[in-house]
Design a protein around this ligand. Structure first.
Ligand code: F6R
Length: 254
């Protein structure tokens, strides 16, 4: 696991985008695992810039998103499908048919989850999975206590996550209580991981993830076991780390 501490959110986002772009350039039909939330927005902006100014080509790329709220239709402005269209897909030359976001409106959710896993395998597996991290150490919607071997399934959102997400809804009662999420086992099968964290409110979670013991109570700690994981933070999110970390990834990784 490599930990890179950048000076700012912009620099963190630029590096993540550069790492993703490098994969897309070397493998035009790459399979990208994507995340929503506030953290990756800068990375998506940079990928859009690279598409517009440097002709980064997404026409053969396939994507799988980590998660989606149950019972929010794709037209709802807080659904993750809406978020992905708005923040990335509508601005690049990707074929929307190759973009996958879990279907929160699926009638048979267990059957849908099985199908989603099959589609990832059929696409050849995920080349790079982008991750954010919850203040409680969750990855995707795998809340503390989630099985470290879990697969795509429906999860009840943690009280803290509901509170964290309330800022996106008119009232806290409107925040969905359930989500479909890739499992931790699913995420760990990606060929590489990039976990992003910025701001002070992620500092405790990053300390536990980087320097703490692996535990289901902090799901992100599992990335310590991934053979090709990069954690990129800004200064604030890394402020509680006790060791020195690099500002640039090793040449071979970049
Ligand atoms: C979103 C996701 C979540 C977020 C996490 C951090 O697809 O999987 O785990 O990455 O909740 O959210 P932000 O980036 O809004 O702080």
């Amino acid at each position: 696991m490599e930990v890179i501490v950048k000076n700012s959110y912009e620099e963190m986002s630029k590096l993540a985008a550069e790492m993703i772009a490098k994969i897309v350039r070397s493998k035009p039909n790459a399979v990208l695992g994507l995340a929503t939330g506030s953290t990756p927005i800068g990375t998506y902006k940079e990928l859009i810039r690279m598409h517009k100014e440097e002709k980064l080509d997404f026409s053969n790329v396939t994507t799988f998103n980590l998660d989606e709220y149950v019972a929010l239709p794709p037209t709802h402005d807080q659904s993750y499908r809406y978020f992905m269209n708005d923040n990335l897909f509508n601005h690049i030359n990707i074929d929307k048919k190759k973009t996958h976001v879990p279907d929160g409106m699926a009638k048979d959710i267990p059957a849908f989850c099985k199908w989603y896993e099959e589609q990832i395998l059929k696409a050849g597996g995920i080349d790079v999975q982008l991750l954010g991290i919850g203040g409680n150490g969750h990855i995707a919607f795998n809340e503390p206590g989630s099985s470290l071997g879990s697969r795509t399934r429906v999860k009840t959102l943690d009280e803290k996550t509901i509170k964290d997400n309330a800022r996106f809804f008119k009232t806290i009662d409107e925040v969905p209580k359930y989500a479909i999420t890739m499992g931790i086992g699913t995420i760990m099968e990606a060929r590489s991981l990039i976990l992003l964290a910025n701001k002070e409110n992620k500092a405790d979670a990053i300390l536990k993830t980087v320097e703490g013991p692996i535990t289901a109570m902090v799901p992100a700690t599992i990335v310590q076991l991934h053979p090709k994981a990069t954690i990129i933070t800004d200064k604030a999110a890394s402020s509680k780390l006790t060791r020195e970390y690099a500002e640039e990834p090793s040449v071979l990784k970049r």
